[in-house]
Design a binder for this molecule. Structure first.
Ligand code: SAH
Length: 501
């Protein structure tokens, strides 16, 4: 059995710019070796059993050496695995993809290259700058302005060969990668070599990401402006008359959570809606999944005796339908029963399988479902749920004289958090907790409540999660009124707006 390596570009940051091929390969891979500058949600579609290996820069520390990354690539491929090497932007643009491809070729290992949207073009586009434009720029040069400090886990191309006088004479737009720290020297070199001092320059920081920011000036002024505005990596520098077009073409509107970071602690497979919603509002999302959903084996699932079937989470719905499908059944197995969902997320998951829930309470906790079921006659109920759930619902149904079976469809287990994610989560402006298990496992990972930074605001999805936080010595700053993703987003937004800046 022979392995294969896919050198895959993940685009500049917006998950929407991952290509269809990239998503397909991420879902297929046995092993994914990924860099820091990939979209935060890029790994969500990875297989549950895939090995995810971070080979970027560890929370400000040293990068994983390139030789080790190449050695690992070869080793995994030789073991017969399907390997995805996931890189920010395009793998062949300052991504060391070429070097990795050469190493693979030398070792006789098959590989494929999947291009990605490169930052120089993607970030420019999101800033409203066309890198070429009829009458203004008939060529574009992608240039490394590398300095050691600024490389941010990216390619460390050698810029010794960059000929600034030739570039000054280049008849078109210059797009500099990795050059923020060295902007004073680069701008001076270009002016000295004859590039007009008044030529417009834009810095696009965190292009295509929720915290994207554009700062403009001229070759003469940009270094000082960048210093004053504290422009940081990752940023590209665009030099040329096309920059002026951004005045008319900038199309990204202001976003209320711009500049804020929010850590999301729920399972990787569940983060997407919450993360997407927050990113749309401009927040920088830190993916810090501390839990994972593991489905439990079910023997002989027979739904025929029940007149009431209660589902208490979208995970439960997915697990139930997988169980049914495994034995050649489908939604019709629930046809005879009243179906109750604990909240709209669960109801939506049911709807996706063709079932319109009969009962959905107004508030999304077990107590509300008990209330909502008060008028409904129940003889024999099935509560399909997580192994470690509370017993409020089964107890209440039993108290009404119903026979109740509890079916544990899945369990929540701890997911180890990588060091970089933990560092970023602890520095975030907000941490969101969407279940008691996220509280327990996150605190375990960061060594208790003392591991949280005092400036971080804690958001709880509802009273049950709040209770767990309080048991751990943490009073949440925000509790959602609606106990679902929309409620969490709404509460966080209200808090952020109330606090200003
Ligand atoms: N292969 C990547 C480049 C890696 S080098 C690509 O094709 O885009 C890393 C440099 O890319 C950063 O220093 C920065 O200059 C640029 N970069 C990467 N992501 C960026 C982003 N979202 N916004 C602005 N610049 C980015």
């Amino acid at each position: 059995m022979k392995g294969i390596v896919y050198l895959v570009g993940a685009g500049p940051g917006d998950p929407g710019l991952l290509t269809a091929r990239a998503l397909e390969l991420i879902a297929l891979a046995d092993v994914i070796l990924y860099d820091r500058l990939i979209p935060s949600s890029a790994l969500e579609g990875a297989r549950e059993d895939a090995e995810l290996i971070y080979v970027g820069k560890e929370g400000g520390g040293p990068s994983v050496p390139q030789e080790r990354t190449e050695r690992d690539l070869l080793a995994h491929a030789r073991a017969g695995r399907t390997v995805v090497r996931l890189k920010g932007g395009d793998p062949f643009v300052f991504g060391r993809g070429g070097e990795e491809a050469l190493a693979l070729r030398a070792a006789g290992i098959p590989f494929e290259v999947v291009p990605g949207v490169t930052a120089g073009v993607g970030a420019s586009a999101y800033a409203g700058i066309p890198v070429t434009h009829r009458g203004l720029a008939g060529a574009v040069a992608l240039v490394t302005g590398h300095s050691r400090e600024d490389a941010a886990g990216c390619a460390r191309e050698d810029d010794a060969g960059v000929d600034w006088s030739a570039l000054a004479a280049f008849p078109g737009t210059l797009v500099l990668y990795m050059g923020v720290r060295r902007l004073p020297q680069i701008a001076a070199a270009l002016i000295a070599a004859g590039r007009p001092a008044k030529e417009p320059v834009a810095l696009v920081e965190a292009g295509t990401l929720p915290s994207q920011r554009t700062v403009t000036g001229t070759l003469e002024t940009i270094a000082e402006i960048a210093r004053r505005e504290e422009v940081r990596a990752p940023s590209i520098t665009v030099v040329g008359p096309v920059v002026a077009l951004a005045d008319e073409l900038a199309w990204l509107g202001p976003r209320p959570l711009a500049g804020r970071t929010v850590a999301v602690t729920r399972a990787r497979t569940q983060t997407s809606t919450l993360a997407r919603r927050l990113e749309k509002l401009g927040a920088g999302v830190v993916q810090a999944p501390v839990i994972r959903i593991r489905q439990l084996p079910v023997t002989e699932l027979d739904l025929s005796p029940y007149d009431l079937i209660c589902l208490t989470s979208p995970n439960g719905v997915e697990a139930l339908f997988e169980q049914l499908a495994a034995t050649g059944r489908d939604a019709r197995a629930l046809a005879a029963a009243t179906v109750a969902a604990i909240g709209p997320g669960t109801a939506r998951a049911l709807a996706a399988h063709g079932i319109s829930a009969d009962v959905v309470p107004e508030r999304f906790v077990a107590e509300s479902l008990v209330e909502a079921l008060a008028e409904i006659p129940v003889r024999h109920a099935l509560v399909a749920r997580a192994r470690e759930a509370r017993d409020v619902l089964p107890d209440a149904l039993s108290a009404r004289g119903a026979e109740v079976d509890v079916l544990a469809l899945y369990e929540t287990v701890a997911e180890p958090l990588d060091a970089a994610a933990l560092v970023s989560a602890r520095q975030a402006d907000y941490i969101t907790f969407t279940s008691s298990s996220t509280v327990r496992f996150f605190l375990q990972a960061c060594g208790g409540e003392a591991g949280l930074s005092p400036g971080t605001r804690i958001v709880s999805i509802g009273p049950v999660t709040t209770e767990t936080l309080i048991e751990h010595g943490i009073a949440p700053h925000v509790e959602a009124e609606r106990h679902d993703v929309d409620g969490v987003v709404e509460a966080l937004l209200t808090d952020a707006l109330a606090r200003g800046d």
